[in-house]
Design a protein around this ligand. Structure first.
Ligand SMILES: *Cc1c(COP(=O)(O)O)cnc(C)c1O
Length: 403
């Protein structure tokens, strides 16, 4: 990769032709201020020390890398390593960027952080960071999602967040985004809209990426120490793309290391029920930025689906779009059945219950390992743990049946 490719985005927030800032004019000065403050404090030792201290003593970083020996032996090819983001406090990688965003919001003197949530994972991570750092937190969530994801709603309330039920339209994530955005527009100077992935208008794709790069920095050093060389491939699942860019960034200059982003093929790429944005999408605008999107002829986002609710987003981070066009990262897709198989295999032979999102990455690594030799190795970002999915999977696979 060329040096300038590694210093993305440009001043306007573009990664090639993707990204940017498609926002109402009255938000321009607010976004510019967030960007300027971020650029300043991300270089300040005081801010970095505070964040590092929280990563170490609160999140439990560094998370280990684990050689999945039995899984590797079963597949009969490359050695598979897991970066254990599932061991973080709150059980996934999202806490990495939520802490960064809430620290920034506090630093800027904001009075409230707010966000939408679908399955509730982003809501819980943000409510956690807000409780820790002592700032008001408001989460907008569709009524259907509230009914489906009750444990996460309870957690957000226990953590002191205000959960706003959204009863309009689809009563799911799509309308929760609109509802949260309306609340934000009431006072964008004092409120901070904490975006949950490497998506949204500039500077969010850049900031969220930077907060997640700790994953790749740790993993690269840990891997070099253990194996005395770099992995041959790095694999991560892609919803909006934060855990993937977090582990990829540190390996981007190492052209020999193949990078794979795994999208959800849902019930099949030949059905409407998937969320394979980079695999099947076209360039469009969504939620304040330009990216590959799954859209209808009028440019409206299509309904998307995945067994892993954290992956069903009709857009994707702009840097991933750029890396796809560049050919530096290969984007592939794994369907629900392959995901469930990987979920069970990892549970049964490594004693690790993965999040359904992360199981997409494991499933692709299982395929890839077979095509590689035992001298080669694959590093998988295990983005989260599967406690939240355990009952759903057990019911779906009829493990709870008494007969
Ligand atoms: C939310 C989530 C994802 C998807 O988000 P990205 O921004 O694509 O990383 C993946 N894994 C887990 C465990 C999640 O909670």
């Amino acid at each position: 990769m060329k040096i300038q490719d590694l210093e993305m985005p440009d001043q306007q927030g573009y990664f090639g032709e993707y990204g940017g800032q498609l926002i109402p004019p009255q938000l321009k000065s607010v976004m510019d201020e967030i960007n300027a403050t971020y650029d300043q404090i991300c270089k300040s030792p005081a801010f970095q020390d505070e964040l590092t201290d929280l990563y170490t003593h609160y999140v439990g970083r560094p998370s280990p890398i684990f050689h999945a020996r039995r899984l590797s032996a079963r597949q009969g090819g490359a050695r598979i390593y897991l970066k254990r983001e599932d061991l973080n406090h709150t059980g996934a990688h999202k806490i990495n960027h939520c802490l960064g965003e809430v620290l920034l919001a506090k630093h800027m003197g904001k009075t409230k952080v707010l966000a939408e949530t679908g399955a509730g994972q982003h809501g819980v991570a943000l409510a956690t960071a807000a409780a820790l750092l002592g700032i008001e937190c408001e989460i907008h969530m569709g009524e259907i999602d509230i009914a489906k994801e009750h444990p996460n709603v309870t957690k957000m309330k226990l953590l002191g967040a205000k959960v706003v039920p959204v009863s309009r339209g689809t009563r799911t994530l799509k309308d929760a985004v609109d509802s949260a955005f309306e609340e934000y527009m009431k006072d964008p100077v004092h409120f901070f809209y904490a975006i949950g992935s490497v998506v949204g208008p500039h500077p969010f794709p850049k900031m969220v990426r930077d907060f997640q790069t700790v994953v790749g920095r740790e993993a690269r050093a840990q891997f070099l120490e253990r194996e005395k060389k770099l992995p041959d491939a790095v694999v991560a699942c892609v919803g909006g793309g934060s855990n993937a860019i977090g582990i990829f960034t540190e390996f981007l200059p190492d052209e020999r290391v193949k990078l794979f982003g795994v999208e959800p093929a849902g019930r099949g790429l030949d059905t409407p029920d998937h969320a394979a944005t980079l695999t099947l999408g076209t360039k469009g605008a969504i939620h304040g930025f330009v990216c590959y999107t799954l859209q209808d002829a009028d440019g409206n986002p299509l309904p998307v689906y995945s067994i892993a609710s954290g992956l069903d987003y009709p857009g994707v981070g702009p840097q991933h779009c750029y890396l796809k066009d560049l050919g530096r990262v290969q984007y592939v897709a794994i369907d629900d059945e392959e995901c469930l198989d990987a979920f069970m295999v990892l549970s049964r032979i490594e004693g690790i219950i993965p999040a359904l999102e992360s199981a997409h990455a494991v499933a692709y690594a299982m395929k890839l390992a077979k095509q590689m030799s035992p001298e080669q190795s694959i590093l998988v970002n295990l983005s989260g743990r599967g406690d939240k999915d355990a009952d759903f999977v057990a019911t779906r696979l009829k493990l709870n049946a008494t007969t």
